[in-house]
Design a protein around this ligand. Structure first.
Ligand SMILES: [Mg+2]
Length: 345
């Protein structure tokens, strides 16, 4: 990537503002995930010693984790079948799970292991939710951004598929609504709304439990010491909204959130998607873009880097381009890193 011929370097100069925001969303999510990776499960960092560089943790520096891997599975599903087909998505999640990811949430593992054993997705997720009715983890909001890019020009479809992708593993109302809220916020950011406007408009179109609404509305007024940043979806949404609305750049938004520790990579992925959509690809520090990477599909040996994610974002955007809305049926042969072909080409 350092040779300067990467897709994203060229598109910074020639692409539209919308393209830059769409690419920023995808690359930003992976960057936030990778920056948070070494800080996961740790305590909050002291304000004078915030981590600002990619560091090694349980994985090499710059490596993205399950948050981005599951988002890539969702993106592949949307490119193969649109509107979202939950059966196809569940199969792709199971294939990822069976490939032995480095990291997978407990709730997600419970659901996917039942599916891997032969249960249909509705049966599997229903059984796990009956055992743990209050389970409301952040495992569906962390990966939801591809739906926002695939449906960038259809808010109703965006909201419907955001909810559906959550229900495949995380049917708790706050997970379902949280996914719709994050993607509605991205929808407005892609159109040039300010972060404050985008959050307000998303709150205006997504019905949500009052307790969750209060948390989101109060988030920008929180002090960092108050933020728990746990794996509870409320905490992740709170941290991400706080990071987006209490800073004025991609770098600061992501740095502030991942340094909260605890579920740092997931909160980093969510705020990275939001801030990337707000400020665009060009605002993501080059030193981070150059380092972010990960294997996809797991076990394939293919290394995904920022330009692959940027190209994927454009392909997702192509699903909804005029004349091709959900009518395009891409041959189901998986994604190829570096493949820049656009839909219809
Ligand atoms: Mg993770």
């Amino acid at each position: 990537m350092p040779d300067g011929s990467s897709v994203y370097y060229q598109q910074e100069e020639t692409g539209t503002v919308m393209q830059c925001r769409v690419q920023g969303c995808a690359v930003g999510a992976a960057v936030g995930d990778a920056l948070g990776m070494p800080l996961e499960f740790g305590p909050p960092r002291p304000i004078g010693r915030l981590v600002r560089e990619m560091q090694a943790g349980r994985l090499p520096a710059g490596t993205f984790t399950d948050d981005t891997e599951m988002a890539l599975a969702l993106a592949e599903s949307l490119l193969a079948r649109c509107p979202l087909d939950p059966v196809d998505l569940a199969q792709r999640f199971v294939a990822w799970y069976q490939a032995g990811p480095e990291d997978v949430g407990n709730h997600t593992a419970n659901v996917l292991s039942r599916m891997a054993g032969g249960e249909g997705w509705e049966q599997a997720v229903g059984a796990v939710q009956r055992l743990h009715p209050d389970a409301a983890g952040n495992g569906s909001v962390m990966r939801c951004w591809p739906v926002a890019l695939a449906h960038w020009n259809d808010l109703n479809q965006l909201l419907g598929d955001s909810r559906l992708q959550s229900r495949v593993t995380h049917p708790h109302p706050e997970c379902v609504v949280g996914s719709a809220f994050i993607n509605a916020t991205i929808y407005h950011l892609l159109r040039g709304a300010s972060p404050e406007e985008a959050v307000a408009r998303a709150l205006g179109v997504v019905e949500m439990p009052e307790g969750l609404r209060v948390v989101i509305e109060a988030a920008p007024y929180r002090h960092r010491e108050e933020l728990k940043n746990s794996g509870w979806v409320r905490h992740t949404l709170e941290s991400a909204v706080w990071g987006l609305l209490s800073t004025d750049s991609f770098e600061e938004a992501v740095v502030q959130v991942v340094n909260l520790g605890n579920d740092a990579d997931t909160a980093g992925a969510v705020v990275g998607a939001l801030a990337g959509a707000a400020y665009g690809l060009a605002a993501i520090p080059v030193r981070w873009r150059d380092e972010v990477r990960g294997e996809w599909p797991l076990g394939s040996g293919r290394l995904w880097q920022a330009d692959d994610l940027a190209a994927l974002a454009e392909r997702l955007m192509g699903i909804s381009e005029p004349g091709s809305y959900c009518s395009y049926r891409r041959r189901d042969d998986g994604l190829r890193p570096g493949d820049q072909q656009r839909h219809g080409d």
